[in-house]
Design a protein around this ligand. Structure first.
Ligand SMILES: [Zn+2]
Ligand SMILES: [Zn+2]
Length: 166
């Protein structure tokens, strides 16, 4: 979706609000199994003394996969977005500044999807203290201990042998 900024481009104090649906395909992340609802963003572009800034929030209702126990859990993410916009070429090297096209429009979807990918917290835990899976039998340790015996750390075993010799 493109947003035409012509009505605020030359108007200090001018504001333009937006609501934009995002393309799930472009928000694909390793720990995201799917979206329960189409992700979208709401916000505004404001002209502050000639400098244009986009602010908003991306709403994503997702099914995620826990890094430790591999279970699926729901997460409702509200990710704040802030981006500077500029029509001048000299700012092109600055990755934080998005270009305004010659016709006064911006590629809103691209800005929002890039921000999502950059700011997304890839760490995925079903809960802070997720116990994960047993590395031997694969049991989910959140559901109770499995019957595997506690393993001795191999480094400690070596140390034990050394102590035996002495
Ligand atoms: Zn987990
Ligand atoms: Zn086990």
């Amino acid at each position: 979706m493109r947003l035409n900024l012509n009505e605020i481009l030359e108007v200090p104090g001018g504001k333009l609000s937006f609501r934009c649906e995002l393309d799930e395909e472009r928000l694909t992340m390793p720990s995201v199994a799917g979206f329960s609802e189409p992700p979208y963003a709401e916000g505004e572009v404001k002209n502050s003394a000639g400098a244009l800034t986009l602010t908003g929030v991306i709403h994503a209702d997702m099914t995620r996969v826990c890094d430790r126990c591999l279970c699926e859990y729901g997460q409702q993410l509200e990710l704040p977005v802030e981006a500077k916009l500029s029509a001048t070429l000299e700012d092109e090297d600055d990755a934080d500044i998005y270009p305004i096209a010659g016709d006064g429009s911006i590629d809103l979807s691209d800005i929002l999807e890039s921000s999502f990918v950059l700011d997304f917290d890839v760490k995925s835990l079903c809960k802070e203290d997720c116990a994960g899976l047993c590395e031997h039998c694969g049991a989910n340790l959140n559901e109770g201990r499995c019957s595997c015996k506690p393993q001795t750390d191999p480094r400690l075993a070596v140390l034990g042998q050394l102590l035996d010799i002495e």
